[in-house]
Design a protein around this ligand. Sequence first.
Ligand code: MOS
Length: 720
Amino acid sequence: MQFNEPAGQNLFDNATIVGRPTHRTDGPLKVTGTAPYAYERHDVVEGQLYGYPVAAGISHGRITSMDAEAARNAPGVHAVVTTLDIEPLGIWDYNVARLFGGDEIQHYHQAIAVVVADSFEEARAAASLIEVEYAPGDPADYDLDAAFERFEGTGEPSTMVGNVEGALENAAAVVDEMYHTPSESHQMMEPFASIVDWSDGEDMTVWTSNQMIEWNRQALATNFGIDPDRIRVESPYIGGGFGGKLWLRCDAVLAAIGSREVGRPVRLAMPRPMMMNNATHRSATVQRIRLAAGEDGKLTGIWHDAASHSLPGGRGENATAQTPYFYGAESLRVQHHIVEMPLPEASDMRAPGEASGLMALEVAMDELAEALDMDPVQLRIVNDTQVNPSNPDQAFSERHFVECLERGAEAFGWADRNTTPGGMREGQWLIGHGMAGAYRGAPTLPSGATVRLSGGRLIVETDMTDIGTGSYTIIGQTAAECLGLPLDAVEVRLGNSAYPVSSGSGGQFGAASSTAGVYAACVGLRQQIAGQLGVEDPEFREGRVVSGDTDVALADLEGELEATDTMQWGDFKQDYVLATFGAHFVEVGVHVGTGEIRVRRMVAAADAGRILNPITARSQVIGGMTMAVGAALSEEMALDTGRGMFANHDLAGYEVAVHADIPEQEVIFLDTLDGISTPLKAKGVGELGICGVAAAVANAVYNATGVRVREYPVTLDKLL
Ligand code: MOS
């Protein structure tokens, strides 16, 4: 099906199942520990052996020799395959680091060998016996600030509208500041893990933990130079991804190599200490933001210049992603520089671009409000726009940013705040209030599904994944709504390359895209049913098909009916900017003696199209807010510039927010419908939730203390 025009009045406007608060259908499996995750799948294939990875100890250079003799002779060991034993593997489209093969080292902890043994302990013990000698590359320059200074203002901006320099000269108020965000790691609960059966060296079956089944399959095919039709990938349950599991990683690659070598299936998990440097991460950013505004607060110019790091050919972290679209400035200059460094591959992490960019832009807006002596909410309201500031021919499909600001401010009690920094104290705690706006793009990708009806029960199959987000539930709700069935008459099967290719989970495109694909397949099934009954446009309700005198229970239809379709997206969408908006309000306490920062209260208002399920959507937003508290206050990959690696390598050294860090969180959904986005008029919400929040925390810390921190994370030492 092709989505060729804006969705008008349709069956979802009278929905009773889509939009209903529904607990996740896979919840009982999760809380009873019976949802099978990749590494736990002892049952899927006989004769599994354990693999253990060996990782490089230099950041770049070459391996000159590897001695694996002792490892090969160690107890329980079936095989050792080193990177020198095989040709360099291929590198798939979106990736730039080679996962295995050959003598070249591109980054620290790159995989360089796999040991296969009877037990995990034997594999790990043998791995420690492998001796490696290196010829390290020349010392590298890891100074992102220095690189930014060299690049700043040079080259072609990605957006250039009007004359920002002129605006800055003539402005009533100006902000011109540098902001820093550190490298961040996904550190999802479930590490990368796979079981691979490539025993015959022909057909490969992979049980893994991956957000994008088809990308994973294509990446495996490219790595090994084989036909993708020979590869089957299963990933039905995933313990978080956040963008780290968009990609094939070395767990599956090494398990495959080990399996081919020994002729038996191999299971391999990436040890947590390897995740920092072996997997991808969000690049650090350096950002200069210059804002010019008139006395009325209207922005006359925005200058946003940012740098991030990457291996050659990579994307880094484009912190300017939101700036061409967010505020209606008269002039804009936006530019992102990628600085090549031999660090692990920088790539997407939840809201890639906007998450880091808004950490800076939304603090700069707070600083501008102060310079203008204006309420920061009001400053954002006067700078709202309904057309794309970087292309006036383009409108937003739906944009309700002002309503987010107003509803959030109302719920938080923003009007009652004390505007004097350091002016509020409760005992030993300084109290501060801060807010920020949120912007995140809302893309859609083609997405397919098969639906099968038999005996009044519907089975939905799509290679869509559920990374903890609620895909099983919203897909079930969508199919139930389309066929007029109760939710418990629908069985949803996900995460298997045997099913039609879906959008997968990423870029907050998953919910909107995959439900549209399921809708397309359901429309086909409805047409078949109508044809079988010889009626036109019947109604589907309460398990029955109704049209004129015809009234038949779906359970009484003959045989099994099946339909497969893929939702494709028409060009008309290109006339619009599709995005989601939000506003965040935060109260913090800062201890007067120690500088300890505690978040005390959080309110979010979100404009993200139709909310398919308020329970799972809220979970996405509060999950994003929680992750952003980590980004604001604690998360930082510590770069060892001498060794070219990230030094903290576990959840003790890389501190994510935990329950005790998170207070009551309130989420307000506007539930605006976006007919340009999808037939369900839905957009994603999973990445919007992280956007802007860290800046709201930093702004609240400023309000509490009068100390403006522009270098994340905002740790207590920076307040002294
Ligand atoms: Mo997202 S960073 O595309 O999983």
